[in-house]
Ligand binder design. Structure first.
Ligand code: GAL
Length: 333
């Protein structure tokens, strides 16, 4: 009898010709695939709803891996920049890759977008003037630039034009998100004071700059990976602790105003394996869906092979005074 040897399929290999193009299962914690069967590279990402479609922006981590040495002398796994990738979907399940929305540069050593830099946690908001505005953590390999970069485009898929980077109020800015409120005001939210504290800064009316209106919240609570959603008139907050690519216990909080006071609610993860370590994941973004449903996005980082990091998406709703996220093995939208 002849043995038929079948090469094992890795998450990086495209589907063989003729294989079904139907949406593959999105198992939580695994690396997901786009409609062509290719691994989705949109880590540390965020969503934008525009013209009946969803756009998912995130870090393409398929670049060359290396170790960087941080300011405190620790090593951290990194990849050369490939850019901010963008995917489009009508149903939050079938994702089509549109390409790189913000490209790195190969010719500008030391510049914000040079391939040797960090470009993390991109978030995009749409301004009614017709401009898409991206905010992204920009850093040097030693994480000592600690700035936030801004880029604009006139189409959701880009290409985005980079305008430059800034430190909010002169302070360091590392993990970050952007929250667009119901009244059209937008806010930049980041880790500052060497990640000890979270800084909220209102964006200018065109979303391209930072105003002087800001506040430090969760002072000395050491949080990263912040995400915010507004549901039932309240602001719900999700974040991680500070353990780099390694999982820790998620934090949640609620407030009547984005400026606080914030009331901490503890770890919102319920059931499943390792809920006390956020199921091995770290928060990425929260997106309000219909009614009081919130889509909560996580990454499951694989530091030794960052391009194979997985995703975990869940829907959650506030329960009275609490915000809880129930484990589900699969994202089903
Ligand atoms: C995490 C952070 C990521 C990345 C990583 C590097 O804590 O959330 O965005 O910066 O550290 O170690």
């Amino acid at each position: 009898m002849t043995a038929h040897l079948v090469a094992p399929r890795t998450p990086d290999s495209p589907l063989p010709t003729g294989m079904s193009r139907s949406t593959p299962a999105h198992l939580n914690g695994e690396l997901w695939r786009d409609i062509h069967g290719r691994p989705i590279q949109a880590h540390g990402g965020g969503l934008l709803r525009f013209d009946e479609h969803w756009y998912w922006y995130g870090e393409d981590k398929s670049g060359r891996s290396s170790l960087a040495v941080t300011g405190s002398g620790q090593t951290v796994e990194r990849v050369d920049l490939v850019g901010v990738a963008v995917y489009r979907s009508a149903d939050l399940k079938s994702w089509e890759r549109l390409g790189i929305a913000l490209s790195p540069r190969h010719d500008d050593l030391g510049g914000d977008l040079h391939v040797s830099q960090f470009m993390e946690r991109p978030k995009v908001v749409y301004h009614p003037s017709g401009t898409f505005v991206m905010w992204v953590h920009i850093d040097r390999p030693d994480y000592q630039l600690a700035a936030t970069g801004v880029a604009i485009a006139d189409r959701p898929e880009g290409p985005f034009t980079y305008l430059g980077s800034v430190r909010p109020g002169g302070l360091d800015s590392r993990d970050q998100t952007v929250f667009l409120d119901e009244d059209g005001a937008a806010y930049h939210v980041c880790s500052t004071d060497r990640n000890a504290t979270t800084l909220v800064t209102r964006l200018t009316n065109d979303y391209r700059g930072l105003t002087g209106e800001s506040a430090k919240v969760f002072v000395d609570r050491h949080m990263e990976a912040q995400a915010i959603a507004r549901v039932n008139g309240r602001y719900w907050f999700l974040a991680s602790g500070c353990t780099g690519w390694h999982p820790n216990e998620a934090r949640s909080a609620v407030a009547e105003s984005i400026w606080g006071p914030w009331h901490e609610l503890g770890n919102p993860c319920r059931a499943g394996s390792r809920a006390e370590l956020t199921w091995g994941m770290q928060s990425a973004f929260m997106q309000r869906l219909d009614g009081d449903r919130v889509l909560v996005m996580f990454d499951r980082w694989r530091p030794r092979d960052l391009k194979r990091s997985g995703y975990g998406w869940f829907t959650a709703s506030p329960r009275g005074e609490r915000f809880e996220i129930d484990w589900r093995p699969e994202w089903t939208a």
